[in-house]
Design a binder for this molecule. Structure first.
Ligand code: FES
Length: 104
């Protein structure tokens, strides 16, 4: 199973994905330079990613903590999510995301 992550230079990387891991952990394990300063506690927003619109409906809605953290983040769009709050399941095999500027 894989996640496809586009970096700030526009290169898309195929990352090995493990069920139960957060997308932030998958990005980090894949060797991409995601900051994720709080380690996945939903307290920093330095794991900000943009989810490909075709995948948005397959993701659970963000909870209040995630929404509040994104509210204080730069360059947020309707596709913004925190990668540490997205947990990989087989249904997300092929998920496409892009790193946001503040996350690297
Ligand atoms: S790693 Fe800090 S909010 Fe995701």
């Amino acid at each position: 199973m894989h996640v496809y992550c586009t970096d700030l230079e526009g290169t898309t990387h195929e990352l090995l994905a493990t069920e139960g891991w957060s997308v932030m952990e998958i990005i980090r394990e894949g060797g991409l330079p995601i900051l994720a300063q709080c380690g996945g506690s939903c307290a920093c927003a330095t794991c900000h990613v943009y989810v490909d619109p075709s995948w948005k409906a397959k993701l659970p809605e963000p909870n209040e903590e995630e929404v509040a953290m994104l509210d204080g983040t730069f360059e947020v769009t309707a596709d913004s999510r925190l990668a540490c709050q997205l947990f990989f399941t087989p249904a997300l095999d092929g998920l496409r995301i892009a790193l946001a500027k503040g996350s690297v």
